[in-house]
Design a protein around this ligand. Sequence first.
Ligand code: HEC
Length: 160
Amino acid sequence: MLKRPAATLTLLAVLALALPATAGAGESGEDHDSPFAGMHLLLLMHNMQYYTHKLGLAIDAHNAALEAFYIHEVEAVIEAVGEIEDYEGIPIADNLKKTLLPNFQTLEAAIDKGEREAVDAAYKELLVGCNACHAASEHGYIHIRRSYDNPYPQDFSPHD
Ligand code: HEC
């Protein structure tokens, strides 16, 4: 009885290794594999915070090209989070759809149109979405707030 599960596990491991390589391409019309596919939720959240913060700094600097770059990275992280159905009994994909996803789509549309005030308002709502999902996912004690500080060796103002 011990051999069968082991063989099944090996097959699953092979499938798991093969999937991330194929999942990213084509799925959302992207021409490259997602760097976040298959990543553990904790590390996805690390990236979520990092790229969301940089997106906010690009918005503060009214830098449309940089906003477009970082909204794309946040979207790629969100797509990888959406692949996680269950995390320690928490319905991650469902909670994502009910909280962050609609707010993200509003922000993405505002960035596409380049409406400054709408972009700023939608960015605030994005962070509301983060905290709504934390509350829905047994992690309400992780509270995200907007930071205007730039700790990076990066100038967020427009450059060619
Ligand atoms: C689908 C629900 C969900 C959404 C949406 C979500 N989170 Fe999380 N987040 C979690 C869960 C669950 C954890 C705890 C993960 C763990 O225990 O490994 C977490 C943990 C974190 C952490 C702690 C880990 C660290 O690196 O310090 C941060 C920060 C974080 N999230 C930021 C964000 C930000 C920023 C957003 C919005 C842009 C966001 N999260 C959106 C569910 C979510």
